[in-house]
Ligand binder design. Structure first.
Ligand code: DQQ
Length: 477
C-alpha cells in the first residue's frame, strides 16, 4: 500500500517517467547486468533506508524488453559482522556453467566477495569468505586499500577479473587476475595504468573504478570510471586498442559520455550479441532537496555501443525504446529567423526529438526546451560551429539547482549535417549527436508550467530540413 510519503515521491514533477529508478530512496551504479532465461536482470547500488548513499544493498529488477521493468526483492544485503557489513558495493554477474554467480566488493576493508543463486537469481547465498581479501602485496601500500568493482569474464577456459584501484601520487589503474574456479584468484599485473600527470586529451584522475572490458574482435575497449578530486565532477572514459600478452595497448581514448552526471556505467552482452550499456545519472539539485524529494539517482537509457573504424565508440539508444513513442509531430523545411525563432506548440515533459540541421552550419542554432512564457526558466541546446561543440545552457531561477553550462566537443565533417536525437524525461536530458557523441544533463525548471519549446538561430535565417517529435509513454503505467 502506498503511503502519503510514497505518493509525494511519485508526484515529484522532476521524477523521470521512462527511465529506470527505484520506487524511492537512493540508487547509484548499475550492477550484475545479465540476460537469464529470456529476461534482462538489472541489479543496482541501493540504499533502502533513504535518499542518500548509506549502507549499500543490491536492488534488483527484471525486464523482457529493456524498456519496462518490474521490481524484485533486494538481492544482496550487508551481513551484520560479515565482510560486507558496511555495504555490498559494485560488481558483476556471470553464468558459471549454469550457476548464476555474483562477484562484488564488500566493505570495509574493500574485499571481493562471491554469491550464487539456485532459484533463477531471486535469492543469493554468499560464500563465507572473500575470494580476494587484500590488494596484491606489491601494490598494497600504494592503494590506500582501494580495490573494488570486479568485472569478470571467461576466455579459453580461464576466468579473468579486473579490479579498479589507484597508486598514490601516480594515478588510477586496473588490476588483472586469473582463476580456474572463480574462488581462487592469482594476481597477474595491471591491465592498464593511468598517469595523473597526463593532461591531454583529458585528465585521467587519481582512482579508476568500475572497469568493463569489451571484446570487439581485433580490438578491445576498456571503460573506466574516473574519480578525480572530490570537488570535481566524476566521469567515465574509455581506451581502445590491442590486447596483447594480457595487457591493453591503447590506441584511442576518449570521454564516454559528456556532462557532469553520467557515471559508473556497466555493459551487458545480450544474447543477440549487442553490447548494451547503462550508467548512473546523478542529481543536479542539492543533498537537502533530494532528501526532501525522497529519491536520488536514476539509470540512463539503455545505450547500444559499437566500435567505429577510428577506434571511437558509436553510442545509440537501443531500438526497443521506439516502443515508447506516442503522438507524433512531423515537420519539414521549417524556416527560422534570428528575430522570431520558431515556437512549437507541443507541451510535454516526456519527449523524444529527432532534428536535422542544414549541413555546414555557420551560425549558433538549436532548441529551447522546458521554457516559461517569460523565458526566465529555459534550457537551450546549442550547437556552436566556431567552437565545434554542443552546449546545454540552463536557466532556472528557482531553488538552488545546477545551472552551469554542460558541453561536448563535436566536430562535423564538411557536408555532414548536425543530427540530434534528444530524450527529455522531466529532469533528465540525454542528447545523442551524430551517432557518436552523447551529452547528459539534469534540468529542474522552477515551474511545472515551463513546457514551451522553440527552435532558434543566432545570426542567419535557417531552414530545418526535418524535425520529428514524439510524446513518450510512462514505463510504469
Ligand atoms: N560506487 C560503488 C563503488 C564504486 C562506486 C559504491 C562508483 O563500488 O566504486 O556505491 O560510483
Amino acid at each position: 500500500m502506498l503511503t502519503n510519503r510514497d505518493t509525494q515521491v511519485l508526484q515529484d514533477p522532476h521524477r523521470p517517467a521512462f527511465h529506470f529508478l527505484p520506487e524511492k530512496h537512493w540508487m547509484n551504479d548499475p550492477n550484475g547486468l545479465i540476460q537469464w532465461k529470456g529476461q534482462y536482470h538489472m541489479f543496482y547500488q541501493y540504499n533502502p533506508h533513504g535518499a542518500f548513499h548509506g549502507t549499500i544493498h543490491w536492488g534488483h529488477a527484471i525486464s523482457r524488453d529493456l524498456v519496462h521493468w518490474e521490481y524484485l526483492p533486494i538481492a544482496l544485503a550487508p551481513t551484520p559482522d560479515g565482510v560486507d557489513k558496511d555495504g555490498c558495493w559494485s560488481g558483476c554477474a556471470v553464468n558459471n556453467n549454469g550457476a548464476p554467480t555474483l562477484l562484488y566488493t564488500g566493505v570495509y576493508p574493500q574485499v571481493q566477495c562471491i554469491a550464487t543463486s539456485s532459484d533463477d537469481l531471486l535469492t543469493w547465498q554468499k560464500h563465507p569468505h572473500p575470494v580476494i581479501a587484500a590488494p596484491p602485496p606489491e601494490i598494497e601500500v600504494h592503494t590506500g586499500g582501494e580495490i573494488r568493482d570486479p568485472f569478470v569474464w571467461k576466455e579459453k577456459d580461464q576466468w579473468y577479473m579486473l579490479l579498479g584501484s589507484r597508486i598514490e601520487g601516480a594515478g588510477g589503474l586496473i588490476l588483472l587476475y586469473r582463476s580456474e574456479d572463480l574462488l581462487h584468484w592469482e594476481y597477474l599485473h595491471p591491465l592498464l595504468t593511468g598517469d595523473a600527470n597526463q593532461m591531454e586529451p583529458f585528465w585521467t584522475g587519481t582512482m579508476w573504478e568500475c572497469p568493463n572490458f569489451i571484446d570487439f574482435g581485433e580490438k578491445r575497449t576498456l571503460i573506466i570510471s574516473v574519480q578525480e578530486h572530490p570537488a570535481k565532477p566524476l566521469f567515465a572514459a574509455y581506451f581502445t586498442g590491442r590486447y596483447e600478452e594480457e595487457r591493453l595497448m591503447p590506441e584511442t581514448q576518449d570521454i564516454l559520455v559528456h556532462g557532469n552526471y553520467f557515471y559508473a556505467p556497466q555493459v551487458m552482452r545480450a544474447a543477440d550479441e549487442r553490447y548494451i550499456m547503462w550508467g548512473w545519472i546523478q542529481e543536479g539539485r542539492n543533498h537537502h532537496q533530494s532528501l526532501a524529494a525522497g529519491w536520488n539517482g536514476v539509470m540512463s537509457l539503455p545505450i547500444h555501443i559499437s566500435l567505429l573504424a577510428d577506434g571511437k565508440l558509436r553510442l545509440e539508444p537501443v531500438e526497443e525504446l521506439k516502443a515508447l513513442r506516442q503522438e507524433h509531430y512531423h515537420f519539414e523545411n521549417l524556416h527560422i529567423t534570428p528575430e522570431a525563432g520558431l515556437p512549437l506548440d507541443i507541451q510535454s515533459d516526456s519527449l523524444e526529438i529527432e532534428i536535422q540541421f542544414p549541413a555546414d552550419l555557420k551560425t549558433e542554432a538549436g532548441l529551447i526546451l522546458r521554457a516559461s512564457l517569460d523565458g526566465q526558466d529555459q534550457t537551450r541546446i546549442i550547437y556552436e560551429p566556431a567552437a565545434q561543440q554542443l552546449v546545454i545552457h540552463r536557466s532556472n531561477p528557482g531553488p538552488e539547482v545546477d545551472i552551469d553550462n554542460q558541453s561536448a566537443p563535436l566536430t562535423l565533417a564538411p557536408g555532414e549535417p548536425l543530427s540530434l536525437r534528444i530524450f527529455l524525461d522531466h529532469s533528465v536530458l540525454e542528447i545523442f549527436a551524430n551517432h557518436r557523441t552523447c551529452l547528459v544533463s539534469r534540468i529542474y525548471p522552477s515551474h511545472e508550467s515551463s513546457h514551451h519549446m522553440a527552435l532558434f538561430t543566432q545570426h542567419n535565417p535557417l531552414i530545418i530540413p526535418r524535425l520529428d517529435i514524439w510524446n513518450l509513454k510512462d514505463i510504469w503505467e
